[in-house]
Design a protein around this ligand. Structure first.
Ligand code: TPP
Ligand code: MG
Length: 583
C-alpha cells in the first residue's frame, strides 16, 4: 500500500494502540497533523509544549501505558526538554514525536531548526532522527519497544518535514509493518535482563533468613514492574516491614501493619531510623537516591544490601550491594518468595521480636505531627490535606507539584492502591501537577483526580487549565497558597539565618479564584478551618469542569521531620514539639 510518511506515522501510532496524544502543531509537523483529522486517536491541544510532555507522563503514571506527545521543531522541541528529563529521571514510558526542518535544510540554521536529537540525547533513553519515509513504521515500533521494556523511559522520534509531507516526493512510501522478531533483531544491543540469576536469588533468600533487623526498601521500580502484589506476598511471608519511597507511595498499602511509609529527607522518623539501624536492606527497584540516603557514608552503616534492579547501571552506583540481582522486580520477587519457601519459609527465620518492638517504639514516640492553628490563625496545610484525604474516595489519584506541599501530601495522604500517586520525584519539576493531573484524568476518567499544588508551582503551568476546560477534563486543584516559594523559604529560615531572599510571592497576586474562573473552572477561596470541608464537598460534586480551590495556608509552617542536606540520617530533626530527635 502506498501512502505518505505523515499518514504512515499516524497509522503506526494507531497500530501501537495509542488512544490519546498530547500536543501542539507548527510548521515542521503540519503534515503529520493533517491525517489526525481522519484518525480515531484523540488529540489534546495543549497551551504550552511542556504541558504536553507532563500530560503524557501523568497518563503513563496512572495507566502504565506509554504517554505520547507530539510537537513541532525548534522552540517546541526545546519546550519538551523538561518533561523528557523528568520522565527520564522517574523512568516513565513516553514517546515524543518532534517535527524537524526538511532534510536538505538540516545544518543550515533554518527557521525553527534546532539539533533536537543532540539536545535531548542525555535526557532520553534513546532518540531517533528518521531520514527515510519508509523507516517510519519500524522506528515508531522500536520507539515504543524501547520506551516500555527494561527500565522504562522517554524515547524521542525526530521527523523531518519533507519525509512526511505528501507534497514532497520524498514522503512517498510503501507501507510495511515489521514483526516483533524484526524489531528485536533490529536492536541487537538491546536485550534487557528480566529474569534474575537463580543462584543470586537463593543467596538473597539466605541473607533474609539470617537477618535479625531487615527492612524492605521499596522504590518506584515496584510500580513499573507491576510488582505490588508480589511485594505484599514477600512482606507477609517474612513479616518484614516495608518503607515506600516517594516514587513508591501506594506500592504497598499505608494501612498495612508492616508499612512504615516514606523514608528520606522528609520521611517519617521510623522509616528513616529503621533503615539506619537495619542489618539488611532489601532494595527493590530503588536507587539509593541522595534524598533517601542522606550522607552516603553514614547511611545504614550496619546493613548488608540486596539490590534488585532491571537496570544493571544502578547496582553499585551509590552503595555496593552484597547481593546484586539484575532483573524485573516482579519476576525476581516471585522467585525470591519461592526460594524462601524452599528454605523453610517463615519458620526458618530468627526471632525478630526485639526489632519489631523497637520499630513500634519509634512509631509511638515519633508519629507525624504538627501544631494545630490557633483561632484566627492561617490554615495549617496538613489540616487541609487531612480533610482532603478523609473526604475523597480511597482510590483517588493524587498529583502534586514540587515543594513543601508535595512532601506534606506524600506524608499525610494514605495511599492504599498502586498508581494513585503521581509526582515528580527525580527532577523535582515545579509546574508538574496541573498538566500531569490532566494526563492522569484522561487515562483514568473513572477516577477522581486531585492535584495538590503550591502557589509557586501553579503559576508555572496553570494555563493548561484552559486545555482541561476546553477538552472537558474535570480535574480538581487544591492550591496550598502560603504566599511563598515555601520550600526555599524553609531552607533560608533554617540554614541562611532567616534571610529571605526572593521567595515572597504574595497571597493574592494573582487572584487565583478569578484566574481559575477566567479559564473556565469553578474557583473558590478558603481562609478558615470551617470552610475547608464544605469547599471540598462542593468540589467533589462538580464533574463537568475543573475546580480550583485557593487554600490560604500558614506561610511559617515547615516540613518535619527533616534530614538537613549533607548530614547523616542519624541527624534527623523532628517536629519541635517532639523534642530533640536524633538517636
Ligand atoms: C522548575 C523549578 N524551579 C525551581 C525549583 C526549586 N524549588 C523547589 S521547591 C520550590 C518552591 C515551590 O514553591 P510552591 O510551589 O509555592 O510550593 P511550597 O514549597 O510553597 O509548598 C522551588 C523554587 C524547582 N524545583 N523547579
Ligand atoms: Mg508556596
Amino acid at each position: 500500500m502506498q501512502m505518505s510518511g505523515g499518514q504512515a506515522l499516524i497509522k503506526s501510532l494507531e497500530l501501537e494502540g495509542v488512544e490519546v496524544m498530547f500536543g501542539l502543531p507548527g510548521g515542521a509537523i503540519l503534515p503529520v497533523y493533517d491525517p489526525i483529522i481522519d484518525s480515531p486517536i484523540r488529540h489534546i491541544l495543549v497551551r504550552h509544549e511542556q504541558g504536553a510532555g507532563h500530560m503524557a507522563e501523568g497518563y503513563a503514571h496512572a495507566t502504565g501505558r506509554p504517554g505520547v506527545a507530539m510537537v513541532t521543531s525548534g522552540p517546541a522541541a526545546t519546550n519538551v526538554v523538561t518533561p523528557l528529563c523528568d520522565a527520564y529521571m522517574d523512568s516513565i514510558p513516553m514517546v515524543c514525536i518532534t517535527g524537524q526542518v526538511p532534510l536538505p535544510s538540516i545544518g543550515t540554521d533554518a527557521f525553527q531548526e534546532c539539533d533536537t536529537t543532540g539536545i535531548t540525547q542525555s535526557v532520553t533513553k534513546h532518540n531517533f532522527l528518521i531520514t527515510d519515509a519508509k523507516d517510519i513504521p519500524r522506528v515508531v515500533r522500536e520507539a515504543f519497544h524501547i520506551a516500555t521494556t527494561g527500565r522504562p523511559g522517554p524515547v524521542l522520534v525526530d521527523v523531518p518535514k519533507d519525509i512526511v509531507d505528501p507534497k514532497n516526493p520524498r514522503s512517498a512510501m510503501d507501507w510495511y509493518w515489521p514483526t516483533d522478531e524484526e524489531i528485536r533483531d533490529g536492536l541487537p544491543g538491546y536485550r534487557p535482563t528480566t529474569k534474575g540469576h537463580p543462584r543470586k536469588i537463593r543467596e538473597a533468600a539466605e541473607f533474609i533468613l539470617q537477618s535479625r533487623r531487615p527492612v524492605i526498601y521499596a522504590g518506584g521500580g515496584i510500580l513499573k514492574a507491576r510488582a505490588a502484589e508480589a511485594l505484599r506476598e514477600l512482606a507477609e511471608l517474612t513479616g518484614i516491614h516495608v518503607v515506600t519511597t516517594l516514587m513508591a507511595r501506594g506500592a504497598f498499602p499505608d494501612e498495612h501493619p508492616l508499612c512504615l511509609g516514606m523514608p528520606g529527607m522528609h520521611g517519617n522518623y521510623t522509616a528513616v531510623t529503621s533503615m539506619q539501624e537495619a542489618d539488611l536492606l532489601i532494595a527493590l527497584g530503588s536507587r539509593f537516591d541522595d534524598r533517601v540516603t542522606g550522607k552516603v557514608g553514614g547511611f545504614a552503616p550496619e546493613a548488608k544490601i540486596i539490590h534488585v534492579d532491571i537496570d544493571p547501571a544502578e547496582l553499585g552506583k551509590v552503595r555496593r550491594p552484597d547481593v546484586p540481582i539484575v532483573g524485573d522486580c516482579r519476576l525476581v520477587i516471585e522467585e525470591m518468595v519461592r526460594a524462601l519457601r524452599d528454605l523453610g519459609g517463615s519458620e526458618a527465620q530468627p526471632d525478630r521480636n526485639e526489632w519489631k518492638s523497637r520499630i513500634s517504639g519509634w512509631q509511638e514516640k515519633y508519629p507525624l505531627t504538627y501544631e494545630q492553628s490557633a483561632d484566627g490563625d492561617d490554615l495549617k496545610p496538613q489540616f487541609v490535606l487531612e480533610n482532603l484525604r478523609d473526604n475523597t474516595p480511597d482510590d483517588t489519584i493524587v498529583v502534586s507539584g514540587v515543594g513543601q506541599h508535595q512532601m506534606w501530601t506524600s506524608q499525610y495522604w494514605r495511599f492504599n492502591h498502586p498508581y494513585t500517586w503521581v509526582n515528580s520525584g527525580g527532577l523535582g519539576t515545579m509546574g508538574f501537577a496541573v498538566p500531569a493531573a490532566i494526563g492522569a484524568k484522561v487515562g483514568r476518567p473513572d477516577k477522581m483526580v486531585w492535584a495538590v499544588d503550591g502557589d509557586g508551582c501553579f503559576q508555572m503551568t496553570a494555563q493548561e487549565l484552559v486545555t482541561a476546560t476546553a477538552e472537558r477534563i474535570p480535574i480538581k486543584v487544591a492550591i496550598l497558597n502560603n504566599a511563598y516559594l515555601g520550600m526555599v523559604r524553609q531552607w533560608q529560615e533554617m540554614f541562611y539565618d532567616e534571610r529571605y531572599s526572593e521567595v515572597y510571592l504574595s497571597p493574592d497576586l494573582p487572584d487565583y479564584k478569578m484566574w481559575a474562573e477566567s479559564m473556565g473552572c469553578i474557583g473558590m477561596r478558603v481562609e478558615s478551618p470551617e470552610e475547608v470541608l464544605p469547599a471540598i464537598e462542593k468540589a467533589n460534586e462538580i464533574d463537568d469542569r475543573p475546580v480550583v480551590i485557593d487554600f490560604r495556608t500558614d506561610s511559617r509552617e515547615k516540613v518535619y521531620p527533616m534530614v538537613p542536606a549533607g548530614l547523616s540520617n542519624d541527624d534527623i530533626v523532628v517536629d519541635p514539639t517532639q523534642g530533640e530527635g536524633g538517636h
